[in-house]
Structure formats: structure tokens, C-alpha cells
Design a protein around this ligand. Structure first.
Ligand SMILES: [Zn+2]
Length: 145
């Protein structure tokens, strides 16, 4: 597996082990992981810490020149909030673990010039399928249903 997607998947599994929602993400700048994170809505009682937002937060404040040379990896197709952050900071490329269990705002991202690649990684699909089956209420809450 792609080593950055593996890192995002490791984050997602850590989130699951903490009793949270298993979505992980890493922000990569010129081949180096600047920030990594996972969904912390349950663990921190947070309204905004999706995996992608947590990775961005943990990468710290960066100049726009850095974001414009970053790739964001996420185990699941990015929701409207995270897609908004990707557009806000001008991150040009997003690599998505899977979009079968949830289709985020990929069309919006592409319409704004973001290069979105979807890997359909079996380990990501299996992890989310198992989670949604086990905790449907928690999952629906996470995607605003
Ligand atoms: Zn999100």
C-alpha cells in the first residue's frame, strides 16, 4: 500500500481503538508528513475535528506556499467541511482511500481544479463498512444525518 495511505489508515485505526470514528488523514509536504490526525469528535467532544481537520491542525499554521505544495491523504472521501478547508488553503491534490461507503464533495473539489485520486483501498472500505454496521447512530451524526 502507498505509505502515506498506510499512515492515514494507522491513524484511523488508532481512532477506532480510542472508541472514535475510524477516519484518518495525513498532510504531506514534499514527501514529508507535516501533520497527521484522526477523527476526534467522540474523544474530544469536538464538532470540527474530522480526520482531515485534525491533520491540518496538527500540521500547525503554515504559509500558503506550503499548502500549495501539499498532498492530503484521507481514508474516506472528504465531507463538505473538510473539502472547504482544502479549497481555502489551496491544497492542490487529495488522495482518497475510498468513496464507496461515503461520497464526499469530490465533484466540487475537481470543479475547483483539485486533483482527486481515489484508491478504493480494500482495508479502508472494510474498516468503514464494519464501523457503520456496528455504530450506525454515531456514523449518521458524523455526516450530519
Ligand atoms: Zn470532514
Amino acid at each position: 500500500m502507498d505509505k502515506y495511505m498506510q499512515a492515514a489508515l494507522d491513524e484511523a485505526r488508532q481512532g477506532l481503538a480510542e472508541g472514535g470514528i475510524p477516519i484518518g488523514s495525513v498532510l504531506v509536504y514534499r514527501g514529508r508528513i507535516l501533520g497527521r490526525g484522526h477523527n476526534r469528535r467522540v474523544q474530544s467532544g469536538s464538532t470540527v475535528l474530522h480526520g482531515e481537520m485534525d491533520a491540518l491542525e496538527n500540521a500547525g499554521r503554515q504559509p500558503s506556499s506550503v499548502y500549495r505544495d501539499c498532498v492530503l491523504y484521507t481514508t474516506l472521501s472528504p465531507c463538505p467541511m473538510c473539502s472547504g478547508a482544502i479549497l481555502l488553503y489551496g491544497i492542490p491534490r487529495v488522495v482518497v482511500g475510498e468513496n464507496l461507503t461515503f461520497m464526499g464533495e469530490e465533484a466540487l473539489l475537481r470543479s475547483r481544479g483539485v486533483d482527486v485520486e481515489v484508491l478504493q483501498t480494500p482495508a479502508c472500505i472494510e474498516m468503514m463498512t464494519d464501523f457503520i454496521e456496528a455504530s450506525p447512530e454515531l456514523w449518521n451524526e458524523d455526516v450530519g444525518k
